[in-house]
Design a protein around this ligand. Structure first.
Ligand code: AP5
Ligand code: MG
Length: 220
């Protein structure tokens, strides 16, 4: 793979973007930025504006203007992002993708790849229903697939695990519908640019990662 990879992760909610983002970051020594995680951190600190919080809980999208500013100011313009990065959950609309292209082009940079983690919706739904997170450090578990060592407790800090507020069935259905109606168009967008890498999400996290790694190596 290229020396300073700039990768974005696409996929239906629950497809494993966060899981793969963490593996890529650890293996290649590059930072990962999740726009969803950014909002959840703000909420933990009591700094998430009420209208944004309500929108996320209902499964809708935060406005392109707000997200574009946040991603640039909080991540893309920082020193740590200069050696390459993984973006998880951004861009999520064609307008955000065009903004990102424009931002990178102005610095004579471009994306290395848009990795699409393909997973059927029913499997994604089940993974989300089993997901538990640590309210303290954000670690992610799954009661079916990646259970913590002690039931209901974070392996790292021992806190009681909780469900994400947008992981209730009704919000998940809206998130899936939003993905279908708006975000899915990015597969064609990056396909047209020759940047799309498709991996099968219906495998263990390590197997998904290995397939992604081979595909990125082939692409280089
Ligand atoms: P975000 O946090 O990005 O949520 P999402 O896209 O719905 O995706 P998830 O985090 O639910 O799933 P994931 O693909 O990361 O899967 P994970 O690895 O956790 O966004 C939340 C909200 O913020 C949005 O709805 C929106 O409101 C707002 N927002 C964020 N970005 C925005 C933007 N750019 N524009 C506008 N609004 C924005 O895995 C899921 C579960 O499965 C876990 O329990 C995991 O342990 C398990 N698992 C993972 N991989 C496997 C595997 N291979 N096998 C078995 N289990 C697995
Ligand atoms: Mg995620």
């Amino acid at each position: 793979m290229t020396q300073h990879p700039r990768i974005i992760l696409l996929g239906v909610p629950g497809s494993g973007k966060g899981t793969q983002g963490a593996l890529i970051a650890k293996t290649f020594g590059i930072p990962t930025f999740s726009s969803g995680e950014y909002f959840r951190n703000l909420r933990r600190e009591g700094r998430l504006p009420a209208e944004i919080s309500a929108k996320i809980n209902a499964g809708g999208l935060v406005s392109d203007e707000d997200v574009n500013v946040i991603v640039v100011e909080s991540f893309l313009s920082t020193q740590e992002a200069q050696a390459g990065f993984v973006l998880d959950g951004y861009p999520r609309t064609v307008a955000q993708a065009a903004f990102l292209d424009d931002y990178l082009t102005k610095q004579s940079l471009g994306l290395t790849a848009a990795v699409y983690v393909e997973l059927p919706m029913d499997t994604a739904f089940r993974r989300i229903s089993g997901r538990r997170i640590c309210p303290n450090d954000g670690s992610v578990y799954n009661v079916y697939f990646q259970p913590p060592q002690r039931e209901g407790r974070c392996d790292l800090c021992g806190a009681t695990l909780i469900q994400r507020e947008d992981d209730r069935d009704e919000s998940v259905r809206t998130r899936m519908a939003t993905y279908e109606a708006i975000t899915k168009a990015l597969i064609g967008y990056y396909g047209d640019q020759g940047k799309l890498v498709i991996v099968n999400g219906m495998q263990t996290p390590d197997a998904v990662f290995a397939e992604m790694r081979r595909a990125l190596d082939d692409q280089a």
